[in-house]
Design a binder for this molecule. Structure first.
Ligand SMILES: *[C@@H]1O[C@H](CO)[C@@H](O)[C@H](O)[C@H]1NC(C)=O
Ligand SMILES: *[C@@H]1O[C@H](CO)[C@@H](O)[C@H](O)[C@H]1NC(C)=O
Ligand SMILES: *[C@@H]1O[C@H](CO)[C@@H](O)[C@H](O)[C@H]1NC(C)=O
Ligand SMILES: *[C@@H]1O[C@H](CO)[C@@H](O)[C@H](O)[C@H]1NC(C)=O
Length: 313
């Protein structure tokens, strides 16, 4: 090749790199109130308190990693947002805000979060996927993309976002999991979740913007007989299978093993995790292009919480 041709090629490659967006990282973060502020976690169990602090510290570390990655936007999947029975929803208000505290429903003080939404990307995702992927948009108190009122958020979104130090420089897109995730036949959603995740991954590859994905997820809710959902012997195996999935990046641990326990484990985060598996697999080299790390996987209270990162190798 002549040197002029080489230089044109190099320039083109650089230009393409420059305009193409990508997924810079993905994270699993809990939204249990204990993760937010362990100093307000009332327990006499020293081990449980230490675990709560480990989870909290890991969440703060994720916040620092996201800040270093400087993404244009954060795509956050919430299982506890405003939900449609069938569709995955994208919120379409330019501003979104809400509050949370350690007990979720308890008395003040609260922490509050206010974020700017990337309504262009939200609208684009709705148009891109729409009814062929059970995706739709939702606006609150005014026209889509124009409402002057903030879209209401609560603990499922506020707690993970609270750990992000630079929210005034990063826009947020929220995807709310449908409430059919509560149904006993939820595992039938697995193929759909893998496909949606993979399509979202491909979408970001073709976009000009860089993004990180945060899956807001708690694990099994049946760790304790004193908890609101009682005890199940499926809880620990479920949390272990999710941890194994992160460490080994093997789909089976999540879509077969964890899936076999999920109904009894009662995990609110499971659908988000499966969507994430699809998303990570959409990279050119598949899931092997990611390096995963499990920071914490504990249940200081009746529910399991896991903190994990997936960064490009
Ligand atoms: C959305 O797109 C419009 C027109 O392309 C642009 O003016 C606006 O700044 C964009 N908004 C966001 C939040 O990126
Ligand atoms: C959309 O949701 C319905 C369940 O309500 C499901 O049967 C269907 O397969 C879903 N569509 C896609 C494309 O996954
Ligand atoms: C964004 O927030 C950080 C931390 O709260 C603050 O230090 C910084 O000045 C803010 N930047 C802008 C542009 O508002
Ligand atoms: C204390 O918490 C740990 C970790 O959650 C748990 O394994 C242990 O059973 C708890 N101990 C008691 C006495 O409840």
């Amino acid at each position: 090749m002549k040197s002029a041709e080489v230089s044109i090629l190099v320039t083109l490659t650089i230009a393409i790199d420059f305009v193409m967006g990508e997924l810079k990282g993905a994270f699993v973060m809990p939204h249990g109130g204990i993760a937010l502020d362990p100093s307000k976690f009332h327990t006499t169990n020293k081990t449980a308190l230490e675990e709560a602090w480990k989870i909290h510290t890991a969440c703060a570390q994720i916040g620092r990693i996201v800040t270093e990655l400087q993404p244009d936007l954060i795509l956050l999947s919430t299982p506890h947002g405003i939900s449609d029975m069938n569709n995955f929803l994208l919120y379409l208000n330019p501003k979104m805000e809400g509050y949370a505290n350690t007990d979720n429903t308890g008395p003040p003080p609260y922490v509050s979060v206010s974020v700017n939404s990337d309504v262009n990307v939200s609208r684009d995702l709705v148009q891109h996927f729409g009814s062929k992927r059970n995706v739709s948009g939702l606006s609150a108190y005014g026209p889509p993309e124009e409402s002057t009122e903030p879209f209401p958020l609560r603990w499922g979104e506020v707690i993970p976002l609270h750990f992000m130090p630079n929210l005034n420089q990063t826009k947020v897109v929220i995807l709310s999991q449908p409430s059919r995730r509560y149904n006993d036949d939820m595992p039938t959603m697995i193929p759909e979740l893998l496909k949606l995740g993979s399509d979202i991954g491909k979408y970001f590859k073709s976009e000009k913007k860089t993004a990180v994905v945060i899956i807001s997820a708690d694990l099994a809710h049946t760790h304790s007989k004193d908890g609101p959902y009682g005890y199940s012997n499926a809880a620990q195996p479920f949390d272990d299978a999710c941890g194994k999935w992160v460490e080994n990046l093997d789909e089976q641990s999540l879509t077969k093993e964890a899936a076999s326990y999920v109904i009894k484990a009662k995990s609110c985060g499971y659908t988000g995790l499966v969507m994430l598996q699809g998303l990570l697999s959409a990279s050119s080299d598949g899931i092997t292009s990611w390096q995963s790390q499990l920071y914490a996987n504990y249940h200081p209270s009746y529910y399991g919480m896991m903190v994990a990162s997936f960064l490009r190798k």
